[in-house]
Design a protein around this ligand. Structure first.
Ligand code: 4GM
Length: 233
């Protein structure tokens, strides 16, 4: 998979892919991630990426030209299929695990990251296949949102996770939260590992894990259980 990120603040996102799983995925050539600096696609000496909004009002808006010039340079002129292009914005469709699975089947993704009050609408209309949001909150820039989506997508690529950590085991896919986990030591600061996990009784362990998952889901995310029972009806 090939991933391109267009940003006026490339340093904001570089670090996200230089450690841990994403670093390994790149080293194993499962993914090629390139970060493009929008300022290198400007033509003025100040390398301007923003301007005041038509119609007035506070804040600055990102200009369309650097996005279009950069997109053309990395995708438009290349042969092959058009990359799937996502615009990160609080106005977008909410990202979830199903979308991560769908995106993980693409060959080439492009992420457009905005800043300031927003981005000239022609970028969205002219370049983006869809507008995507990671949740109902506003960030100073789209970069952390792009990093979240890239992480969720890349870990699903074949050969990135070990089989043990397999994506099929992701609890969220099942419409339920994960059960609690413990490792050594058996007792730490007065807190004990539940006896059942030390019992060696796999049927009992399985039962306990399912109960715990349900308790947590009821407590933290009752909406998941409702959605699940609606699907089963
Ligand atoms: C407005 C328009 C994404 C603001 C475009 C981006 C939150 C999300 C920005 C933009 C963002 C989100 C930058 N804030 N919830 N801020 O996914 O790119």
């Amino acid at each position: 998979m090939k991933i391109d990120v267009l940003s006026a603040f490339p340093e904001l996102i570089k670090g996200a892919f230089q450690e841990s799983m994403l670093k390994q995925a790149r080293k194993k050539k499962k993914v090629i991630i390139r970060i493009w600096d929008l300022r290198s696609f400007t033509n003025d000496k100040h390398r301007t990426v923003d301007d005041a909004p038509y119609g007035g009002g506070p804040g600055m808006i990102m200009k369309p030209e650097p996005f279009f010039e950069a997109w053309d340079a990395l995708a438009g002129r290349s042969a092959g299929k058009k990359p799937r292009t996502l615009f990160m914005s609080p106005q977008g469709r909410r990202f979830d695990q199903d979308m991560a699975v769908a995106l993980s089947r693409e060959e080439h993704l492009v992420f457009l990251c905005g800043h300031y009050r927003g981005v000239d609408e022609r970028v969205v209309r002219g370049l983006a296949d869809e507008e995507v949001s990671i949740g109902d909150y506003v960030l100073t820039g789209g970069e952390p949102a792009a990093a979240v989506i890239i992480d969720a997508v890349v870990r699903l690529l074949p050969g990135v996770l070990g089989n043990f950590d397999s994506a099929e085991a992701d609890s969220i896919t099942s419409g339920r939260l994960d059960h609690p986990h413990y490792t050594r030591p058996e007792e730490y600061r007065g807190m004990k590992v539940p006896d059942v996990l030390l019992s060696g009784n796999h049927a009992e362990i399985q039962k306990w894990r399912e109960e715990q998952a349900l308790i947590r889901t009821r407590q933290n995310r009752p909406d998941l259980l409702e959605a699940r029972s609606r699907r089963q009806r």
